[in-house]
Design a protein around this ligand. Sequence first.
Ligand code: OXD
Ligand code: MN
Length: 594
Amino acid sequence: MSQALTSSPSILAWLKEKIKLVQPDSVVWIDGSEEQLAQLRAQSVASGELLPLNAGKYPDCYLHRTAVNDVARVEHRTFICTPTKDEAGPTNNWMAPDEAYSLLHSIAAGSYKGRTAYVIPYSMGPVGSALAKAGIELTDSIYVVLNMAIMTRIGQKVLDVLGGSNDWVRGLHCRCDIDEQKRYICQFPQDNTIISVNSGYGGNVLLGKKCFALRIASYQGKQEGWQAEHMLILGVENPKGEVRYICAAFPSACGKTNLAMLIPPEGYQKAGYKVWTVGDDIAWIRKGPDGRLWAINPENGFFGVAPGTNAKSNFNALASAQKGTIFTNVALNLDDNTVWWEGLDKNPPSHAIDWRGNPWDGTTSTEKGAHPNSRFTSPAKNCPCISSEFEAPQGVPISAFVFGGRRAKLAPLVYQSRSWNHGVFVGAIMASETTAAASGTVGVVRRDPMAMLPFCGYNMADYWQHWIDIGAGLDADKAPKIFNVNWFRKNDDGNFLWPGFGDNLRVLDWILARCEGAADADEVAIGYIPKAADINIIGLGDEVGPAQLDELLSVEPALWQEELAGVTEFFGQFGDRLPKALNAELETLKSRLA
Ligand code: OXD
Ligand code: MN
């Protein structure tokens, strides 16, 4: 065993127990030094786990391919292991802790034989921030170490700040045989513990991300009076140089990374608008001394979906992935040893290797070169529009919460809730057409409250109550305003009505104007919608004319009636646990629509 980097009794005791269980040949503590990381990169290149890319075009970048049966989060194999099933609620898979521990320990036992154990101390949030929390991940994968080194703050400094505190999350990851039948991603919220076995795919094995920063942290937030949300954080700077921050929740692969890094449309750029990225996936939110809500991004990098990322859709993400990046499951262009994915450009390589590791001819093959959920893991500091507040220990003050989903019909381009509790209702009734970020059918509508369906570490009804309680603790003038957006509405011919991407700033602009009391609105059954004249469409030309904008903002009561049936059924699962305030909002909406 390499020299322990801490004398923390709780860490050393946990580690001793786990090492005894998994039986590695050796144990290496990750100190966070560049030297050690460089040595691990060299080792994984030698073993073929990572392929170094063209050093001129992609300095310090690598390609990794996962097993073909291990390419996305596995929600059906993800469990919340609370003492009772009710605590996990009807939307989570549940396993009793004793049963889960004994199953997982039997799978993990001896699984590191012939392998090295890596001990990764990491911080979610800037090291030393009052909003940050620490974790230890024990893994037998160098890929995990190198990804965690990008996605989180790692090493000695984390342990120094943690000292002897017992407030850290225990994470055990065992690759085992990547056996789908024995793949389990288990969270034990009461024990601050995560165990993940038989996977090597990011969302299942980078335990700081979904498992800790959302599932465990959402539970911690409930206990401790703060929130962990599946939200990007962005700052919009107006021509006066004032920056206002927005947190926005969308289900996986609905463009959170794109929105977080958007480039303002030309007219806005000329007027002096700028957008600053604080985070693209997760927000930890807490009331500050000034009575407002403040948010940090607990992560240190981006684990972005590659397909569809290009200079037009997300120039800043592409720039972020130009150096120091690990690509997973994209295509390899053999001509110049670079990477390619669908939607990068119109020139697929003809001499390539696809994500499965097979020879691939992008010009003739009907197979995809990159997996639809292929990823880039890039340091946040690479991002050209990273916020100056990215490392700020206190985070940034939030003006607005935005919820959104992928809905071809129904939801208008944007609407505002009438109150905090109505806003919680708007988040709670979110639904979206499914994408490739999780395994399962793509394109069916599923309810995904606050985009937290796969990530809420306890009963969703209690989580909603927590949202309501947070609002009750805020002065009305300090509480963020709550909105819903839909970039994905289609006309009857199946074409998108809204251009999206940078033009989404036009909608954020209205949202922020509402927050400042500087824009009017029309009250309709579902909330407040913009007066068409208040959405700036200058410069969109024929793309969005006034008639199209009207269609985008239209609310069809008949469709909403149908939606309400689905919401009523969904809420019904929670029985008496459903917060009364949400039931009241549902009744109000029913009567307004009638
Ligand atoms: C992600 C996801 O990877 O939500 O961010 O799936
Ligand atoms: Mn996500």
